[in-house]
Write a protein that binds this ligand. Structure first.
Ligand code: KG4
Ligand code: ZN
Length: 351
């Protein structure tokens, strides 16, 4: 049995975890920075980096203590090396390098997206390659064919906003604060999804990609109409939330169905990333998987949003295949899973 220490610091969660090759999470700690960034309505990169720097070293110490271990018991150290907010990524990666050097352990530089993409295999030992993965987070919205460790074929991506970003921005418009995805899902439960007609960008399109910017703007217009109306309108904030969520689900299902129809044989339909915590989205994807007579696999909620167990696991998958990285490995603000995929306009990519 091998044990890997995982470190995550690419956005606004500082996290450390100890995971075994037998899929046991021996210990894990996560500190959210929601409170730190809430006054600004979004993540402030410089503040995030400082918070990671303050919290990470004591957190690693505490995680080892939780498992009753020291660095001597660890076989390798894995840290997110990108993509993400570069200041935070550097804090985590430099810490991992220092520990690897001091304890003379191998270092594994993990792609944060690969962490999300392989997390379902940590949760479910039966999940074998290849599988079709819907990766939906605050920064990404992609459909990937996962053929193995480091072997990804990107079948679709967003040409503008990521899905989590659309949830967060729509939640902000509805005054739900930051981060808005979970709050929007709660509000949607009280609303009627048929009350507010909203667009479903690219639904039915021959091209494979996603688009959510038009949907997000329509939410803004619906809310403005509600705010500015002289007489009460026939819908509420909850109806906007429910209608938004349904439109987003319709787009997701349409695009994923298209990908499933064209991809060839896969072992499962899998969802990962922060938005995979959404119960309505999980339910809709489960129905889609049944249509294709495939198992549907979604990791538990704690493994969906950013965490270090998934980084440790991706590190383990690499380590067990004999891979590790030199101590001068660079942090990468951009790091696509499929470098051969054609560039499209999209999150963080200027057209
Ligand atoms: O994977 P993640 O923790 O961070 C990134 O790598 O982006 O994903 C965070 C995103 C946020 O946009 C958050 O609003 C969204 O996941 N999210 C949700 C839910 N829980 C988290 N979106 C919709 N419904 C949820 N229940
Ligand atoms: Zn993430």
């Amino acid at each position: 049995m091998r044990i890997v220490l995982g470190i995550e610091s690419s956005c606004d969660e500082t996290a450390a975890a100890l995971v075994t090759s037998e899929r046991t999470i021996l210990a894990q700690r996560i500190a959210s920075q929601d409170e730190v960034h809430r006054p600004y309505g979004g993540v402030v990169p410089e503040i995030a980096a400082r918070a990671h720097a303050e919290r990470l070293a004591p957190m690693i110490e505490a995680t080892l203590a939780d498992a009753g271990m020291t660095l001597d018991d660890v076989d390798a150290i894995a840290a997110t090396a990108g993509p993400g907010l570069i200041g935070g990524v550097m804090v985590g990666l430099v810490t991992a390098k220092a520990l690897a050097m001091a304890a003379d352990k191998p270092l594994i530089a993990v792609n944060h997206l690969e962490g999300h993409a392989l997390s379902p295999r940590l949760a479910d030992a039966t999940l074998a390659y290849p599988y079709l993965l819907l990766l939906v987070s605050g920064g990404h919205c992609q459909i990937l064919l996962v053929e193995g460790v480091g072997q990804f074929r990107r079948l679709a991506t967003t040409i503008d906003d990521a899905l989590g970003e659309a949830f967060d921005k729509s939640a902000k418009v509805l005054g739900l604060g930051y981060p808005g995805g979970p709050a929007l899902e709660r509000l949607a439960r009280e609303g009627d999804a048929k009350k507010v007609p909203l667009p479903r960008p690219l639904m039915g399109s021959a091209e494979p990609h996603f688009s959510f910017a038009g949907l997000k703007s329509a939410v803004l217009r619906a809310k403005q109409a509600l705010t500015n109306a002289a007489a009460p309108l026939a819908y509420t904030d909850a109806d906007i939330a429910a209608s938004f969520q349904q439109a987003a689900i319709d787009c997701l299902i349409d695009r994923t169905r298209r990908a499933l129809a064209g991809v060839g044989a896969v072992n499962a339909l899998v969802v990962a990333g922060g938005v995979a915590a959404n119960t309505a989205i999980r339910g809709a994807l489960e129905g889609l998987a049944a249509e294709f007579e495939l198992p549907f696999i979604a990791p538990p909620l704690t493994l969906c949003t950013d965490n270090a167990a998934m980084i440790a696991w991706a590190g383990l998958e690499r380590f067990e295949r004999g891979q590790s990285d030199p101590l001068d490995v660079a942090a990468r603000p951009r790091w696509p899973l499929d470098p051969d995929a054609e560039a499209v306009r999209g999150a963080g990519v200027k057209a």
